[in-house]
Write a protein that binds this ligand. Structure first.
Ligand SMILES: *Cc1c(COP(=O)(O)O)cnc(C)c1O
Length: 431
């Protein structure tokens, strides 16, 4: 390959000529599992009342007990999405409306809206520029006496400091919830426990784009009997199940239908068998990318990232745009023209979404923020999370490696495209 060849953007040959195949992880086992359930005719066995159907049917229970063995956690509760799981988790800890919950600006919107759902006030801690996760340090900068919980995320598949955050939460008498949607089955380096199990409540997504999936679904994990019961109640019309007048138990149990179907549960159970090989495959892709890109001047990747725990939902990097004397936009355009797929320029800054900046979650009068004490106004403006904002605006570049199935040649071509663009940086500056 000729690195000095003309950039595809200016009419030169594209480095990658065959489009990548979309990720496809449904195989014979999943098809058989779905058919097995279809033949029984019982596509859901949940009943929204006290009794044998309250915890679901055979496939749901089978999935949950298998997952609890694999993850090494006492309770696993399946749900119809991890968004539902997050809502159930926040409901289970029993927020008082107006309580603050600290979370990260770099996550999927559902992490923050689950807080709003129970009239909690999301408070954003800044992320670390290397791991892209919040830390004990950044959380401790925004904690107040109104803080009731922390929701940390293992963003891109990189575990957050679960053990450290749990210790911190316990020292403050608050809850830790973790969102491991992007890091299923990953062990935390310090204690070899599966991420998600350090929290009071953790969980994973089974959405189509995640490492393992059943279309839509999620798994909530907890070692607490009490929290598991509350999640089960929120999942399945809890208010109809608790018929006593016990006010303490009923508080915050507005139940929903967050139940997973039997077909999805059977598919998810087959997918669980493949979790470790899926993660290993993603790590193979990441290892090749790391080796191929780390030597390029102005590309910054966490040192030895592929040696530590990571599920590589996304391969995240930073560009030293000053050193390169180029804008990220120009690099992305050049790489896209070469045929590189799944490039990400920046990531969400949830705190700057219109809902937060304008405080228009429910109605137009600022609810639930109007529940904050008047001496403690909450504002979401640029500058609130400077590290996250700088990364989003200027220097973050990622490869969405969850979208495609890469063979080794396809990764080599992706790396070659970067090298070609880097060898032609003068041209890139003219884009
Ligand atoms: C995918 C995802 C969710 C939501 O999961 P769903 O199952 O799609 O509802 C939440 N948080 C993070 C970090 C995610 O990646």
């Amino acid at each position: 390959m000729n690195n000095a060849a003309e950039l595809a953007y200016f009419g030169g040959g594209k480095t990658i000529t065959n489009p990548l195949e979309p990720m496809k992880t449904i195989e014979t086992e999943e098809i058989n599992a779905a058919n097995r359930v279809l033949e029984t005719g019982i596509l859901s066995a949940f009943i929204g009342a006290d009794g044998p159907g309250f915890l679901g049917g055979k496939e749901v229970k089978n999935l949950e007990s298998k997952a609890s063995t694999i993850f090494g956690v006492k309770h696993v509760l399946s749900v119809n999405s991890w968004t539902s799981g997050l809502i159930a988790a926040v409901g289970a800890i029993g927020l008082e409306p107006g309580d603050e919950v600290i979370t990260t600006p770099w996550t999927m919107a559902a992490t923050a809206t689950a807080i709003i759902h129970w009239n909690g006030i999301p408070i954003f801690a800044d992320i670390d520029p290397i791991t892209f996760n919040i830390s004990v340090e950044s959380v401790s900068q925004v904690v107040t006496k109104k803080t009731k919980a922390i929701i940390a995320v293992d963003i891109f598949g990189k575990p957050c400091d679960g053990p450290g955050l749990r210790k911190y939460a316990d020292s403050k008498g608050i809850f830790l919830i973790t969102d491991s949607a992007q890091a299923p089955g990953i062990l935390n380096a310090s204690d070899n426990r599966v991420v998600g199990t350090h929290a009071h409540i953790g969980g994973f997504s089974l959405n189509y784009h995640k490492h393992i999936h059943c279309g839509e679904g999620g798994l909530v994990v907890t070692d607490s009997d009490e929290l598991a019961e509350r999640v089960a109640l929120i999942r399945n019309h809890g208010e109809a199940v608790i018929s006593s007048n016990d006010k303490k138990r009923l508080s915050n149990i507005v139940g929903y239908n967050f139940r997973l179907g039997e077909i999805e549960a059977a598919i998810a159970s087959s997918q669980l068998d493949k979790l470790s090989s899926r993660v290993a495959d993603r790590r193979r892709v990441a290892q090749l990318l790391y080796e191929g890109l780390i030597g390029l001047a102005g590309i910054e990747i966490e040192k030895d990232i592929t040696k530590g725990p990571h599920a590589f939902y996304v391969f995240g990097m930073r560009l030293n745009v000053k050193l390169l004397d180029v804008e990220r936009r120009q690099i992305i355009t050049a790489l896209t023209a070469e045929g590189v797929e799944g490039l990400m320029s920046g990531y969400q800054n949830i705190h700057l979404l219109p809902m937060f900046r304008n405080k228009i979650a429910y109605g137009h009068k600022g609810f639930p923020w109007t529940l904050s004490p008047s001496d403690h106004p909450i504002e979401y403006q640029p500058g609130l999370c400077p590290v996250a904002e700088e990364l989003h605006n200027q220097s973050f570049i990622g490869l969405n490696i969850c979208l495609h199935r890469y063979n080794n040649l396809e990764i080599e071509e992706t790396i070659a495209a970067f090298h070609k663009v880097w060898a032609n940086m003068d041209g890139v500056r003219r884009i």
